[in-house]
Design a protein around this ligand. Structure first.
Ligand SMILES: Cc1cc2nc3c(=O)[nH]c(=O)nc-3n(C[C@H](O)[C@H](O)[C@H](O)COP(=O)(O)O)c2cc1C
Length: 366
């Protein structure tokens, strides 16, 4: 059984800067990105290999204000690449479609953004923070932070071409000797973007070390009008509210904290309303969510075995920190079919086992 985890609202800002001088956005009202009004302030990060429409749908159904696609190659999109177009599929219920583009050529980024607008995107996010070598080698992702003028030209080209809001996602800088998020954010604002998401790590840090929320607060303070979404190391509902309240940002983006935990957004809402953060999902619903996730993946991939292969990593995340997880883990690799998933769940996490969730903040989810 999980223990009740009573959270005292007054403890939410412990160890974080006070709110008085920062005028944080209240958790109860939504983010504004250009003309777009979102239903909340907590959004699902773009996650390559993870944030396909089945996962986005789960996050949105559980209260995420927005859920970005994984990064989409502007070159692939302009060429009409099949794999690229596949990644742009979405559920009929996904009204606020938020694709993320990467690329290094202003004209083709603008062409690709225009295509996304014609496909019904509510906004377009430009990836200018990806640390992956293959991406940086082409001058895209975080490599653009070393070329502020080129970065600005790309943002301007996209803003000039589309009428939907444009958002940019950056890191703190390239490395610790070249932290330039504030300068880049000002350029992005000058170029006409509506929002910026800042992951408070440098490219050189990858996913190691800690995200600097002080830097994110500095970016927010330096801007005149642009919406700022902070990102990095938010692993629990409590973290999310602390960041929103403590650093003056307009919104908070959650990546790894939503892996195997897409209801984190519901937990945030519960906590903001003064209720316990954990567990908001009872065991039966937890099982249902896994089944729903698999059904979504089968519909997305059109092939049961491929869908189950994709689900396996999620099963590791779904069961992290749970009783029964260690003994179940070794079997995940041999799960092949939908009935295998059902049998595995029944064996290790039967309906009768009661609350399944670990305690709130049960450790980093990667
Ligand atoms: C598996 C994985 C895939 C990611 N894919 C993308 C991506 O496609 N585009 C992007 O801008 N960032 C991507 N990121 C970075 C996240 O969006 C986010 O900035 C980072 O994980 C820090 O936030 P977190 O501490 O909440 O996870 C990815 C991160 C992970 C762990």
């Amino acid at each position: 059984m999980t223990e009740p985890n009573h959270v005292n609202r007054s403890s939410l800002v412990d160890g974080e800067p006070g709110q008085d001088s920062m005028e944080p956005g209240p958790a109860s009202t939504g983010l504004t990105i250009g003309a777009l009004r979102l239903p909340g302030r907590f959004v699902l990060a773009p996650l390559a290999g993870v944030s396909d429409w089945p996962f986005r749908s789960l996050a949105l159904a559980n209260g995420a204000a927005l859920a970005y696609t994984e990064m989409i190659s502007s070159e692939g999109l302009v060429r009409g690449g099949k794999a690229t177009l596949k990644m742009l599929e979405r559920a009929p219920t996904e009204n606020l479609f938020a694709p993320q583009l990467f690329g290094s050529h202003a004209g083709r980024m603008a062409d690709a953004a225009q295509m996304l607008e014609s496909m019904g995107a509510a906004l377009v996010d430009l990836n200018m923070g990806c640390p992956v070598k293959k991406v940086c080698r082409t001058g895209a992702g975080a490599a653009l932070m070393r070329e502020p003028r080129r970065l600005e030209a790309i943002v301007r080209a996209v803003v000039d071409r589309v009428s939907i809001p444009v958002q940019v996602k950056i890191r703190a800088g390239w490395d610790s000797t070249s932290i330039n998020a504030t300068e880049i954010a000002s350029r992005v604002e000058d170029a006409g973007a509506s929002a910026i998401a800042v992951h408070g790590r440098t490219k050189a840090q990858g996913y190691g070390g800690k995200a600097s929320w002080d830097l994110i607060a500095e970016v927010k303070a330096a801007l005149r009008r642009m919406t700022v979404i902070g990102n990095g190391d938010v692993l629990s509902a409590r973290d999310a509210l602390r960041k929103l309240q403590g650093y003056g940002v307009d919104g908070v983006m959650i990546g790894r904290g939503a892996l195997g935990n897409p209801w984190i957004f519901r937990e945030i809402d519960a906590l903001a309303r003064g209720r316990d953060a954990a567990p908001v999902v009872a065991h039966g619903e937890w099982r249902e969510i896994i089944h729903r996730h698999l059904d979504g993946l089968i519909a997305y991939r059109g092939d049961e075995r491929r869908a189950v292969r994709m689900l396996r990593k999620h099963l590791v995340w779904y069961t992290r920190g749970m009783r029964g997880a260690p003994s179940s883990r070794s079997e995940i690799a041999s799960i092949r079919t939908k009935s295998d998933v059902g049998r595995w769940l029944d064996q290790h996490f039967p309906p009768s086992t009661g609350p399944a969730r670990p305690l709130d903040g049960a450790g980093p989810r990667r």
